[in-house]
Design a protein around this ligand. Structure first.
Ligand code: ATP
Length: 257
């Protein structure tokens, strides 16, 4: 059974891209066939996998705006089980171009449904906004993983994103569920990090898995080399934390099914 997961938080710089690149790479290592769809015009997930975003032939923009099938946009990352639909800055214009189209919130869902069964999991990297691209991502998804940075105002951002999830559930995707929270850039030496973890766990009342990813210099370096952390330094704390997240993710699904 295949599953589509949106990695979503409208706040910028909270670890969405890092989670997408590294969780998907870890799951691919565990034998799951993974497609990552980069729906962020910044294209950091695309470059995080080592793809030159200024040089892609077909991108998610072509699919969303011109109806090119996602199959035609897929890049084989030459790592076993791992595939990518790339993005680039062209996507920044898509929200305006799609305004006024019929069923504009359902475009990605229709495209994803055509290829869903070819993969075990499809991860969607949402942009840091609450616009049409994010709504398309949440409508296409079966579940949401929420990265939260352990920093000031983390919880305020969470209540805002919960409003969006509730709205999408109510009007466009009633079966959408929250699956897990990734507490990103945790610095165990600061009270703030510890407090954020406690508050977030209380907020979600133990209903979802909450995985802690430490602030880790190797994780911060890996994107500039265009590799997932597991291929960069598989022994570092960041790589181990994402492997643990992959285990939790798979355990959660076993429990649910
Ligand atoms: N656990 C970590 N340890 C150290 N650095 C990290 C960690 N997680 C993410 N970073 C760094 O923090 C920055 C922001 O992370 P990331 O790009 O994943 O966030 P994002 O939510 O995708 O951002 P945006 O909203 O701009 O798309 C990046 O430079 C990334 O390398």
């Amino acid at each position: 059974m295949s599953k589509v997961i949106a990695v979503f938080n409208q706040k910028g710089g909270v670890g969405k891209t890092t989670t997408n690149v590294n969780l998907s790479a870890c799951l691919a290592k565990k034998g799951k066939k993974i497609l990552v769809i980069d729906v962020d015009p910044q294209g950091n997930t695309t470059s995080g996998f080592g793809i030159d975003k200024n040089n892609v032939e077909v991108s998610v923009y072509d699919s969303l705006v011109d109806g090119v099938s996602l199959k035609e946009a897929v890049i084989d990352l030459n790592t076993e089980n791992l595939f990518l639909v790339p993005s680039n800055v062209e996507l920044a214009g898509a929200e305006i171009e799609l305004t006024g189209r019929d069923e504009r919130e359902l475009i990605l869902k229709k495209l994803v449904n055509e290829i869903k069964e070819d993969y075990d999991f499809i991860f969607i990297d949402c942009p840091p906004s609450l616009g049409l691209l994010t709504i398309n991502s949440l409508v296409a998804a079966d579940s949401v993983i929420i990265p939260i940075q352990c920093e000031y105002y983390a919880l305020e951002g969470v209540s805002q994103l919960m409003d969006t999830i509730r709205l999408v559930k109510k009007s466009l995707n009633p079966t959408l569920e929250i699956e897990g929270v990734v507490l990103s850039m945790f610095d165990g030496r600061t009270n703030l990090s510890i407090q954020v973890v406690e508050e977030v766990k209380k907020f979600f009342k133990g209903k979802v898995y909450t995985t802690i990813i430490p602030r880790n210099v190797r994780l911060a370096e890996a994107p500039s080399y265009g590799v997932p952390i597991i291929d960069y330094d598989s022994k570092c704390k960041g790589a181990q934390a994402y492997m643990e997240l992959a285990d939790e993710f798979l355990e959660y699904l076993e429990d649910v099914i």
